[in-house]
Design a protein around this ligand. Structure first.
Ligand code: HMG
Ligand code: MG
Length: 308
């Protein structure tokens, strides 16, 4: 069996993790979370979404968050220059606002399911790609990197099964437009390992595996097993969320992303490097869970905190 020596973690807790919280989370708390995350050695922290505040009220403070990060008010004390803070931008309005805040990396988010695309961003898959084209063009001209997401890669809350060929087609378009990486989202966490492997095999015929990331939610408790399966296929980038925070407002029942602490524990056990301090991350997971008044969604985080 062949596994990568190093994996890059994209920490999505401050965005995917918080976007579904029904009680408003103070901007200062979000900034403190982001600071702690980068202090633990995470080199990529997705920090905000430039989306409509009517659609996702929790992300309404995107401007304050990204300006504070640009100006260094909340940056990591230890990893200040090393952390990339990115934000979601579904259209030109979002991109223009992000550029005004000095954002250096953005993400567009599409879907392999027509119904999810309509519910999430109010347009068809084809229309979404048309919207992304100018976003991509302007971002790249401004020297801003663009990541792409494909949702519902292992199933859709409205359509059920999604054919891997549909995933591959959207991933190919995002790559062709100029996304440096395409993150494959099991939005509702329904995947299982062999399915994940099969999907990845098909997608990697269109986009090199070195430009793909695994973004798995843990609704059915399969995320770690799915990650093990795709690591075996050669995936080297994993999206995860501290304390397993999260869900998607337009995917009813979607639980959090796989917990970052659980991913790190798995990777450390396999001798795979990440550059992230697991103990520090576990303390952050414990802290944010208390702040939000919810149980810590990381099994590893719970175990580590119980033993100290
Ligand atoms: P729309 O209603 O079709 O857009 O929404 P519109 O252009 O007709 O504009 C309607 C209103 O929204 C206008 O305001 C615009 O100004 C405003 P009004 O005149 O009514 O007051 N607006 C905006 N405001 C702020 N920022 C913007 C923006 N654009 C328009 N960028 C839109 C289209 C995409 C805006 C909307 O559907 C939306 O905001 N959706 C957000 C969906 C979302 O954030 N979902 C969660 C993230 S995706 C996810 O979690 C999955 C992922 O984790 C991977 C996985 O797990 O699968 C990435
Ligand atoms: Mg997600």
């Amino acid at each position: 069996m062949h596994f990568p020596r190093k994996v890059r973690i994209v920490e999505v807790g401050a965005r995917d993790g918080l976007q579904n919280e029904s009680v408003p989370v103070a901007t200062a708390t979000k900034l403190e979370l982001i600071r702690r995350l980068s202090d633990s050695g995470l080199a990529h922290v997705e920090a905000a979404s430039f989306v409509s505040p009517r659609w996702v009220p929790q992300m309404a403070d995107h401007r304050e968050i990204m300006l504070a990060l640009r100006d260094g008010h909340a940056n990591s004390t230890t990893a200040k220059s090393a952390t990339t803070y990115s934000a979601l931008t579904p259209n030109m309005k979002g991109l223009e606002a992000a550029l005004e805040c000095g954002v250096r990396e953005v993400a567009v988010f599409g879907s392999a399911s027509e119904s999810f695309s309509q519910r999430n961003i109010n347009c068809s898959i084809a229309e979404s790609l048309e919207r992304f084209a100018p976003v991509m063009e302007h971002a790249l001209k401004a020297g801003v990197r663009v990541r792409g997401y494909v949702s519902c890669v292992l199933g859709c809350p409205y359509e059920g099964e999604i054919a891997p060929a549909e995933v591959a087609a959207v991933a190919r378009e995002l790559k062709a437009m100029g996304c440096y990486e395409v993150s494959l989202g099991d939005t509702i966490g329904v995947g299982t390992p062999l399915k994940a492997k099969h999907m990845l095999e098909q997608v990697s015929r269109e986009v090199p595996i070195t430009q793909l990331a695994a973004h798995f939610h843990d609704t059915y408790g399969q995320a770690l097993a799915n990650l093990y399966a795709v690591l075996e296929e050669g995936i080297t980038v994993i999206d995860s969320s501290v304390a397993g925070l999260g869900g998607c407002p337009y995917a009813k029942g979607a639980s959090g992303n796989v917990a970052s602490e659980d991913v790190l524990y798995l990777l450390e056990g396999m001798g795979i490097e990440t550059g992230v301090d697991l103990a520090a991350l576990a303390r952050t997971g414990d802290w944010i869970s208390r702040e939000l008044g919810r149980p810590n969604g990381s099994r590893v985080g719970q175990a580590l905190m119980a033993s100290c």
